[in-house]
Design a binder for this molecule. Structure first.
Ligand code: HEC
Length: 185
């Protein structure tokens, strides 16, 4: 004989489990930063930057200059238009070179050896993040994998929405209200 009570209880447990899996997936995708959607987008962005020769072995080189914290000791900043998954927007790529004491000349001689990180702002489609000018933020290591903050969150997306520290919090202080320091956009 089937035990209807048991089957009923099992079904209820199953339903709750399915609901909670659905809920976690949804919650993860709604994360402003570091969630699966942001991470997937950051991968597409990295490969589009490679195709455009903004990064990678065939990347063109600009004149690196001495930088400041938090972005590194020698920097290169490039901005141009880039298309990612059908959307074209302004991209600002900042390459951070190290270690401490490295000179711009040494970086020009061997950029690959000195590249420490690549920080990127990409202007997403209107409505992506209206309060913060629709920028997508990402910080990559030299090999293209995403860097993480101390809490283990991958640095991609709205980094960090509402946070006291991080890309958005600091860049809010940039002159001109466009979140860009080096020039007004
Ligand atoms: C504590 C402050 C601070 C934080 C945090 C910060 N930045 Fe910046 N960022 C700056 C400053 C200052 C400049 C301009 C000076 C320079 O070239 O370093 C800058 C420049 C940039 C630029 C070049 C465009 C511009 O605004 O001039 C990019 C791209 C960038 N940051 C990306 C990021 C990303 C991505 C993050 C987070 C992973 C981040 N930044 C976190 C202060 C910060």
């Amino acid at each position: 004989m089937f035990n209807l009570k048991k089957i009923g209880a099992f079904a209820a447990v199953l339903a709750v489990a399915v609901m909670s899996i659905g809920f976690t997936a949804q919650a993860a995708d709604k994360k402003p930063a570091g969630g699966p959607e942001s991470v997937a987008y950051a991968k597409k962005l990295w490969s589009a930057m490679g195709d455009a020769k903004l990064i990678g072995a065939k990347a063109f080189m600009t004149s690196p200059y001495e930088g400041m914290e938090p972005h590194g000791f020698v920097l290169e900043t490039i901005d141009t238009m880039l298309t990612v998954g059908g959307h074209t927007g302004l991209v600002i790529v900042k390459k951070n070179y190290g270690p401490k004491g490295v000179t711009p000349e040494q970086v020009v001689d061997n950029p690959k050896k000195h590249l420490a990180a690549v920080t990127v702002m990409f202007k997403r489609e209107k409505g992506y993040d209206p309060e913060d000018k629709d920028w997508f933020w990402a910080k990559y290591k030299a090999d293209g994998s995403l860097d993480k903050n101390p809490a283990g969150m991958q640095l991609a997306g709205k980094v960090v929405k509402g946070g006291k520290a991080g890309c958005i919090a600091c860049h809010k202080g940039a002159p001109g209200g466009d979140m860009v320091f080096t020039r007004d956009r």
